[in-house]
Design a protein around this ligand. Structure first.
Ligand code: BGC
Length: 336
């Protein structure tokens, strides 16, 4: 489908999600700058945000980045939970570099592990982090979006998360009444979590996000952080058989029908395949999922730029072309 048609569908129904929400910022096609600012310290996982990467991302034709940030590792443990000014400065720099290339930025609060393990004692600190981040960026342009929390899971169940997200939104709205917010459901932002998500009905500047990694045995083969058993999954292919395609179509139909019912734009904020999978399968799946999202008017961000799922080989300083083309088939022109 030509991009112009996609964009106008999107304005009605999510592809230009923030256009639907704020009329300005556009998410469109994006990539996660993962493994950098959400590592315990930037660089610890090998990846740093660099001006050259943002230039490459924009030049390739992406519209936006999602920027995962581990705020919880850079704030005091005790009230008032002050975020380190040096870390704020570093995040400012990364956002500024993205803006220089006219990339929309989804600023995502990532890896607050303590909150997932034990929500009650971390509630006040989570809200204090958002109060500070919201205050700090209150004058930023609408092309900065706030994503409340990556993949709520474990003891942060649907009920606890719904209650916490309401409190966080109320707080952010004090300083950022018009900011577009991104919120996903409990249960790791999975599609099946959408039915349990509740949002403030009268706040229409909210984009709903979900993540897609199915079949998990394929996308997470050899993923050590999931568990040693994932070694046994190595060699799993995705050939795009009728059954494989139908399973993905059905999942995306379910998400799209939720969005229609609740009149919310959708953002596929993460999808990707870990590097042990064969490149043909990775590219096939990536293209199929990307299309499934676009055909239903959803914006998306691939997980991720330059690490284990990466579309860019940092050592070789080159794009992994089959993956890049699966995302942006016609390169820059396609997104204009
Ligand atoms: C996590 C990453 C992980 C990716 C795929 C992200 O939300 O933060 O650590 O690699 O999902 O599992």
């Amino acid at each position: 489908m030509p991009v112009r048609i996609l964009l106008s569908i999107g304005i009605m129904f999510g592809f230009c999600c923030s256009a639907a929400a704020s009329g300005k910022a556009i998410l469109g096609r994006g990539v996660n700058l993962g493994n950098a600012l959400e590592a315990p310290q930037e660089g610890e996982w090998g990846m740093k945000v660099k001006p050259a990467y943002l230039a490459l991302i924009a030049e390739a034709g992406f519209d936006s980045i999602r920027l995962p940030v581990r705020w919880s590792a850079h704030a005091d443990e005790d009230s008032p939970y002050t975020i380190s000014p040096a870390f704020f400065q570093r995040v400012d720099e990364a956002i500024q570099q993205a803006f220089e290339h006219e990339l929309t930025v989804v600023l995502d609060l990532h890896h607050y592990d303590g909150l997932m393990e034990d929500p009650a004692p971390h509630r006040e600190r989570f809200l204090a982090l958002w109060a500070q981040v919201a205050e700090h960026y209150r004058a930023s342009p609408p092309s900065l979006l706030f994503e409340l929390l990556n993949e709520p899971n474990k003891n942060l169940d649907a009920e606890t998360w719904n209650d916490l997200l309401m409190a966080a939104i109320r707080q952010i709205r004090v300083t950022n009444p018009e900011r577009t917010l991104v919120v996903g459901p409990a249960n790791w932002n999975a599609i099946k979590g959408l039915d349990s998500l509740t949002l403030p009905e009268d706040d229409r500047r909210i984009i709903v996000t979900f993540h897609y990694y199915l079949p998990f045995k394929f996308t997470h083969q050899g993923a050590g952080w999931v568990g040693p058993h994932t070694k046994e999954w190595v060699g799993t292919q995705w050939n795009g058989t009728a059954d494989e395609r139908l399973a993905i179509e059905a999942d995306f139909d379910r998400a799209a029908s939720w969005a229609r019912k609740h009149r919310r734009p959708l953002y596929l904020g993460e999808f990707g395949v870990y590097e042990p999978a064969d490149m043909d399968s990775r590219a096939r799946w990536t293209e199929f999922v990307r299309r499934a999202a676009e055909e239903r008017g959803m914006a998306w961000a691939y997980w991720e730029f330059g690490a284990g799922f990466g579309i860019y080989d940092r050592n070789g300083e080159s794009w992994r072309t089959p993956l890049l083309r699966a995302l942006l088939p016609a390169g820059k022109k396609d997104s204009e």
